[in-house]
Design a protein around this ligand. Structure first.
Ligand SMILES: Cc1cc2nc3c(=O)[nH]c(=O)nc-3n(C[C@H](O)[C@H](O)[C@H](O)COP(=O)(O)O)c2cc1C
Length: 239
């Protein structure tokens, strides 16, 4: 695929066919992404691949945690507080999510993107049940046969996150180039417990996020194209 077309046409995919990805293809994509630059070539990240039964089990465990934590959030405050202490569905993420609104302009962009997505799939913004059901799909990787989980070594401070981000984008573009779709998923960084159960994660590594990868389903959710900021918002005014 011509590079500009590749950049323009990559979009987050949120409905996948169940067809598996050949193991050699996945290895090829990961090897291609390993050509990415990183600070002093330190490559301070690792990937856990969940496929087959492992993907199914992790998907079921994450979905269960999502459902239970969601139910807790709707309880009255005293019960909510009690559940925070006693219930194992509370997030055990390595990087704490932003609670509540995003600061400044980011909340407006987040809302506009959410609105656009819900409009595309025909969910009313006040339809809490449908939104929760849609959110739940994150945890079974939107039906993708493979989920990737990304970890960094925090001793490499902010460079580890920059390097991981570049690696992830290379992987997403490489996947698109081979007819696959991807969705980076911060949602897959909320609970670490199921991953520790299924993988021997080196103790210094921290979970950042995950990624669904597979063949895109012909579904309207995959037609959504969110707005991107223009150069006027990107560029800092010279003095
Ligand atoms: C680090 C990261 C985390 C993300 N987490 C999620 C997620 O949990 N669920 C989801 O549906 N999309 C997630 N996305 C996808 C973004 O919503 C998407 O990239 C953004 O809306 C722009 O759309 P595009 O990827 O189609 O250009 C994430 C993207 C990134 C880069």
């Amino acid at each position: 695929m011509e590079f500009s077309e590749l950049m323009q046409s990559r979009r987050s995919i949120r409905a996948f066919k169940s067809d598996d990805i050949p193991e050699e293809l996945l290895s090829t994509l990961l090897n291609e992404a390993l050509e990415s630059p990183s600070s002093s070539n330190s490559q301070p990240f690792k990937v856990a691949i969940a496929r087959g039964d492992t993907a199914k089990q992790i998907g079921a465990e994450l979905t269960d945690k999502y459902r239970r934590s969601n139910a807790i959030m709707r309880k009255p405050l005293p019960l909510k507080l009690l559940s925070f202490i006693t219930d194992d569905s509370m997030p055990d993420s390595d990087y704490k999510p932003i609670l509540g609104k995003y600061p400044g302009i980011y909340q407006a962009r987040r809302v506009a993107t959410g609105k656009g997505l819900y409009q595309t799939i025909g969910i009313a913004r006040d339809d809490y049940k449908a939104r929760a059901a849609n959110m739940e799909k994150n945890f079974s990787f939107f039906g993708a046969p493979v989920a990737l989980f990304f970890f960094v070594d925090p001793r490499m401070t902010h460079t580890a996150l920059v390097d991981l981000g570049i690696f992830m984008q290379s992987l997403m573009l490489g996947a698109k180039n081979k007819g696959l779709g991807t969705c980076a998923e911060g949602a897959l960084g909320i609970w670490r417990g199921p991953l520790d159960k299924h993988f021997s994660i080196p103790s210094e590594f921290k979970l950042v996020c995950g990624m669904a990868i597979g063949y895109p389903e012909d579904d309207k959710v995959n037609q959504f194209r969110p707005d991107k900021m223009g150069l006027e918002d990107l560029l800092i005014t010279p003095k």
